[in-house]
Ligand binder design. Structure first.
Ligand code: ITT
Length: 199
């Protein structure tokens, strides 16, 4: 069967496709671009899981296909979990990674090294056209550097140093990051769920 992933990000499609293939799942995965008439849904939830479910349900209803959606972000302990669901637009403009990262570093300027714990979080949801739903989560814990390092990845990768690592996420290879990332973990946790609901 065909499975649709709620993203226009080709990197996410490649990552989930590889995870499905490795697990021996036969489903063909397509992105939202395969259905250009389907409108994006407003992310009005207050948690990653709510937003992932909103996106998955809306896409499943619109296409008649089982749909997967994810929502993710960076949660900083000393900020009570912010930027959280607002990670992509922390500095105002959606997707301005550089501005978001600079603002966050400024907000944390006075925070000592031992209080700079943070984690990336990802919720991945599967929704069927009949309304059946499941949601799973993955986390990547670490600490926030004072200056960005590395050129890989995107978003806050240059400032998050995963637990047990001496490099930032932006200094890892894509394979190294996928192996430990919040999104990798959430997508891998979805495999048994897909098997259960779709066979
Ligand atoms: P979609 O088009 O798939 O919705 P997006 O970039 O708008 O992708 P995400 O939910 O994937 O939304 O990510 C939200 C933000 O959280 C993203 O803009 C980054 O600032 C941050 N983020 C999420 N995952 C990250 C990662 O692996 N590394 C660095 N930053 C990440």
């Amino acid at each position: 069967t065909r499975l649709i992933l709620a993203t226009r990000n080709p990197g996410k499609i490649t990552e989930l496709r590889a995870i499905l293939a490795e697990a021996g799942l036969p489903h063909e995965l397509v992105g939202t671009d395969a259905y250009p008439d389907v409108a994006d849904v407003k992310e009005t939830g207050v948690t990653f899981a709510e937003n992932a479910l909103l996106k998955a349900h809306s896409l499943a209803r619109a296409t008649g296909l089982p749909a997967v959606a994810d929502d993710s972000g960076l949660c900083v302990d000393v900020l009570g979990g912010a930027p959280g669901i607002f990670s992509a637009r922390w500095a105002g403009r959606h997707g301005d990674d550089e501005a978001n990262l600079r603002l966050l570093l400024a907000q944390l300027a006075d925070i000592a090294d031992e209080h700079r714990a943070a984690h990336f979080a990802c919720a991945a949801a599967l929704a069927l056209p009949d309304g059946t739903e499941r949601v799973v989560e993955g986390r990547l814990p670490g600490v926030l550097r004072r200056e960005p390092a590395g050129t890989g990845g995107f978003g806050y990768d240059p400032i998050l140093q995963p637990e047990g690592e001496s490099r930032t996420c932006a200094e890892l290879t894509p394979e190294e990051k996928n192996a430990i990332s919040h999104r990798g973990k959430a997508f891998r946790a979805l495999v048994p769920v897909i098997r259960e609901l779709l066979g």
